[in-house]
Design a protein around this ligand. Structure first.
Ligand SMILES: [Zn+2]
Length: 510
């Protein structure tokens, strides 16, 4: 059955299970029907792509060093862009899936290929015009594991993610993708406080053995608030991500994998169902070749020819708000089955001795607290709320305001040039301090990789900037803490790496 809107139906076979129950009755009464039926989707499907890359830029020059593994391209960003982001934009796949693009990736993409960025934004806007809601979701800014962050950091990450989205997409986001889908109640509460209506979680992140993945749920939050969570379909999401044989033919994928996942008891009573398949967006063309074309056919013909409608979370909520309440499993994520241990300590997700992760997390937590003290001790006496200022600071990156204007607004009076300069340095230190919690630093098995080292480069820049602003040197304590960060593979130590970066940071600022 072709499920085109307002289609004229002259014959419907009784075997067509997607026919609304009222039409079944008409068929059973042996009458030939020829009616315009109002559009009524019983089976809806959403593909969600999480598009993100670890920041690969040299923290001091902003340029990505040559990466030989990415040949014939200069670096992995360029290669993944050519294999995935650009072809998917050209195929208009972004118009027909739900997606989020990490703000730091979006920034790089804008410098590399603004035309593709413009096309992606236009594809979201086409949905806004068509349905009144878009299909792009925001993302917490630095890909920080939010359950491991302080409340103030959660607020900043969500605020920055919303501001970035608004700037790039020209509208407020309704949904936000949580980095690694890592969740706790405080994070959801922060999202709800800032007007975010929904997020997407894995089935094991909610407190139920028999969660129905074909509809969203409310999660109750303090102060009478709530937020909607969509639960992605586990088998379909795992299959599409990790089993290339499943994704060689979209028609067969729909026939063999998707159709069977809709629940027959709901179909019998004519209840609409909504399946979400979530994966990394890079799957489509980079992790697996030709899957950009697989995706294109999946969302342009393979699904609709079998009576399945394409849908996005915001569009689904227009007619089908959550009906039931569910509790979440706090401190859980989609890529660690030990809660959020992967980003703070030893677990089986990465092989070998993972103790370096514990010490790296502890060292950076202590450094963050000390940087916050220095910053707030300068800001408060000037009559400036440091945390409001930090949140709004992101808008200076988009050219929407200046530090001078922000501090004047918050202080309620003009500050001296020297005061503004001190705050500027400390704000930049706070920006680096936010970056040093980028989750990729803990994701892999070894400290001797670019991702954890980049986090230490951000830490070194924060220490250098704070010293320039206040004269207080946090480097001794930090390098002492980082002595315990040891690469089991290369023997490289955290303090050595940190001090080398600190030297570069001080050279740069002198
Ligand atoms: Zn794990």
């Amino acid at each position: 059955m072709n499920n085109t809107r307002n289609e004229s139906i002259s014959f419907i076979g009784p075997g067509d299970v997607n026919v609304p129950s009222i039409l079944h009755d008409m068929i059973l009464s042996d009458r030939i029907i020829s009616v315009i039926i109002p559009y009524m989707a019983l089976r809806s499907l959403c593909i969600h792509g999480h598009f993100y890359q670890p920041p690969r830029e040299d923290p001091f020059t902003g340029a990505i060093p040559k990466e030989t593994g990415a040949s014939p391209f200069d670096n992995w960003n360029e290669r993944i862009h050519a294999e995935c982001y650009r072809p998917n934009a050209e195929l208009h796949n972004f118009e027909r899936i739900s997606f989020n693009i990490g703000p730091t990736l979006h920034e790089w993409m804008l410098s590399h290929d603004p035309q593709t960025c413009a096309s992606i934004v236009a594809q979201d806007q086409a949905n806004v015009r068509r349905y009144g809601v878009g299909n792009a979701m925001a993302q917490a800014y630095n890909h920080t594991i939010l359950p491991l962050a302080s409340r103030a950091d959660k607020v900043t990450q969500v605020y920055w993610g919303i501001a970035e989205f608004q700037h790039r997409f020209g509208r407020r986001p309704q949904g936000m993708w949580l980095p690694e889908t890592a969740v706790d109640l405080e994070t959801l509460h922060v999202l709800a406080e800032m007007g975010i209506e929904f997020t997407i979680l894995a089935p094991w992140q909610v407190d139920s053995d028999s969660v129905d993945p074909t509809e969203p749920y409310h999660v109750a939050l303090p102060k009478g608030r709530s937020i909607t969570v969509f639960i992605y379909h586990q088998e379909l999401s795992t299959g599409i991500s990790f089993n290339p044989t499943l994704t060689s033919n979209a028609d067969i994928f729909v026939e063999n994998e998707i159709l069977a996942r809709f629940m027959t008891d709901k179909e019998r009573i004519g209840e609409p169902q909504f399946l979400i398949i979530a994966s990394d967006g890079e799957l489509y063309g980079h992790h697996q070749r030709f899957r950009d074309h697989f995706l294109s056919h999946l969302v342009n013909g393979a699904s609709s020819s079998r009576g399945i409608d394409l849908m996005y979370p915001a569009q689904w909520l227009q007619k089908n708000p959550a009906r039931q309440t569910i509790c979440i499993q706090e401190n859980t994520s989609w890529s660690c089955h030990h809660g959020v241990m992967r980003w703070m300590g030893q677990c089986d997700c990465t092989p070998g001795d993972g103790r370096w992760k514990v010490f790296l997390r502890q060292s950076l937590n202590r450094l963050a607290s000390e940087l916050d003290l220095l910053y707030s001790d300068v800001a408060w006496p000037m009559g400036v709320d440091p945390w409001k200022l930090r949140n709004r600071y992101i808008n200076t990156f988009f050219g929407l305001t200046t530090v001078e204007k922000l501090v004047d607004e918050l202080a309620g009076h003009a500050l001296t040039t020297e005061e503004v300069q001190r705050l500027s340095l400390l704000l930049r230190a706070q920006y680096e301090r936010e970056r040093m919690f980028t989750s990729c630093g803990w994701y892999f098995e070894d400290f001797s990789r670019i991702e954890p080292k980049n986090n230490l480069a951000y830490a070194a820049q924060a220490v250098s900037l704070a010293k320039k602003a206040t004269g207080i040197d946090l480097s001794k304590q930090t390098s002492n803490d980082l002595k315990n960060v040891l690469s089991p593979r290369s023997g490289q130590r955290g303090d050595t790496v940190f001090l080398r970066f600190l030297h570069r940071a001080e050279e740069k600022s002198s």
